[in-house]
Design a protein around this ligand. Structure first.
Ligand code: CP
Ligand code: NVA
Length: 311
C-alpha cells in the first residue's frame, strides 16, 4: 500500500498553477525527447509499475495514448471496459478501488459520472487519473495548452475563444484559465452554458473569463479558437435539441476570419465536419488538431510521471 497520499490527477481546480505549469513543461520535454524518455522524467522503479485503465465510455485517443505513454515510460498497462468488471454487476466502487490499488500502481478511469471518479479517488491508495467524465476532461487541456504554446509561445496573456457547448472540455478550459493566466471567452447558447458555480469559482481565483451568446464576439481577435462535438457521449437522446441550439456556434471559415490572422484552431476530436466545425477549418491551414491529438501522448507521459512521483 502507498505510504503517502497518492497524487491524483482529477481536475485542474485541484492542481495549483505552478504544478500545472510543471506538468505542461514536462509534456514539452517528453515530446522533445521522443521515445527515449530522459531518466530524470522517469518514475522510480517504472519497469515494475502497472497502469490500469477503466473505460465506461468509448475512446480512441485517451486509451491508445495512455497505453503507449506508459510503455514509453518503461511501465506496463492493462485496460478493461466497465462491463468486464464486477462493478458492472453492482460491486461498490469503493471496494473495487481498494482492491485494484493492491494490484496496480495507477488507475485511469473514463467515467459516465463525475461522482464515480471522486469515489474511486477517495478509496484508491494509488494515483487516480481523470480520463474524462460528464463534467471535465483535464488531460485533454494539458495537450491543448502544449499545442497552443508550440505554435504561439507561452499561453499566459493569450486569448482563447470557445464556441459551442459549455461541456466537459469547456469546463477544464475554464479551470485552466484560472491556473495559467490566459484570457478565455466562451460563446454558448444560454441553455448550454457552463455551470455558473464553475465560472464563479474561476473568477474568484482571478481568471479572466467572459461568457457571451455570440460566437463572433467571443472569437474576435482570438489567438486560438476551440470547439467540440455538439452531442457528447451519453447525450444522444438530446441530440436534436442540441443541434438546433448549437447551429449558430459552428466554426466555419467566416468565423475563423474574425480571429487573429495567425490564430490556430483546436478540437479534441472526434469531430463532426459540417456540424460544429466546417471541413475548410479543421482540414485547413490554421488547424492544429493533429498536433493536438499527438500531444495527448506527450501530455499523458507527463501526467503519469507526475502522478508516479516525478517533480
Ligand atoms: N479527445 C479524446 O479524449 O478522444 P477519445 O474519446 O478518442 O479518447
Ligand atoms: N465532449 C466530448 C469529448 C470527447 C473526447 C464527450 O464527452 O463526448
Amino acid at each position: 500500500m502507498a505510504l503517502r497520499a497518492p497524487r491524483h490527477f482529477l481536475d485542474l481546480d485541484g492542481i495549483d498553477g505552478a504544478t500545472l505549469r510543471r506538468i505542461v513543461d514536462m509534456g514539452h520535454a517528453m515530446k522533445a525527447a521522443g521515445k527515449g524518455v530522459p531518466n530524470e522524467l522517469k518514475p522510480e522503479g517504472i519497469a515494475d509499475l502497472v497502469l490500469m485503465m477503466i473505460f465506461e465510455k468509448p475512446s480512441t485517443r485517451t486509451r491508445v495514448s495512455f497505453d503507449v505513454a506508459m510503455r514509453q515510460l518503461g511501465g506496463q498497462t492493462l485496460a478493461l471496459n466497465h462491463a468486464d468488471l464486477q462493478v458492472g454487476r453492482g460491486e461498490p466502487i469503493s471496494d473495487t478501488a481498494k482492491v485494484l490499488s493492491r494490484y496496480v500502481d495507477a488507475i485511469m478511469i473514463r467515467a459516465n459520472k463525475h461522482e464515480t471518479l471522486g469515489e474511486f479517488a477517495a478509496y484508491a491508495t494509488v494515483p487516480v487519473i481523470n480520463g474524462l467524465t460528464d463534467r471535465t476532461h483535464p488531460c485533454q487541456i494539458v495537450a491543448d495548452i502544449m499545442t497552443v504554446e508550440e505554435r504561439l509561445g507561452p499561453i499566459g496573456g493569450r486569448k482563447v475563444a470557445w464556441s459551442g457547448d459549455g461541456n466537459n472540455v469547456a469546463a477544464s478550459w475554464i479551470q485552466a484559465a484560472a491556473r495559467l493566466g490566459f484570457k478565455l471567452t466562451l460563446a454558448c447558447p444560454p441553455q448550454l452554458n457552463p455551470e455558473h458555480a464553475l465560472l464563479d469559482w474561476a473568477r474568484d481565483e482571478g481568471a479572466d473569463i467572459a461568457l457571451t451568446d455570440e460566437a463572433a464576439a467571443a472569437v474576435a481577435g482570438a489567438d486560438c479558437v476551440v470547439t467540440d462535438t455538439w452531442v457528447s457521449m451519453g447525450q444522444q437522446d438530446d441530440a436534436r435539441r442540441r443541434r438546433q441550439l448549437l447551429a449558430p456556434y459552428a466554426v466555419d471559415g467566416e468565423l475563423m476570419r474574425k480571429a487573429a490572422p495567425d490564430a490556430i484552431f483546436l478540437h479534441c476530436l472526434p469531430a463532426y465536419r459540417g456540424s460544429e466545425v466546417a471541413a475548410e477549418v479543421i482540414d485547413g491551414p490554421q488547424s492544429a488538431v493533429w498536433d493536438e491529438a499527438e500531444n495527448r501522448l506527450h501530455a499523458q507521459k507527463a501526467i503519469l510521471a507526475w502522478c508516479l512521483g516525478v517533480d
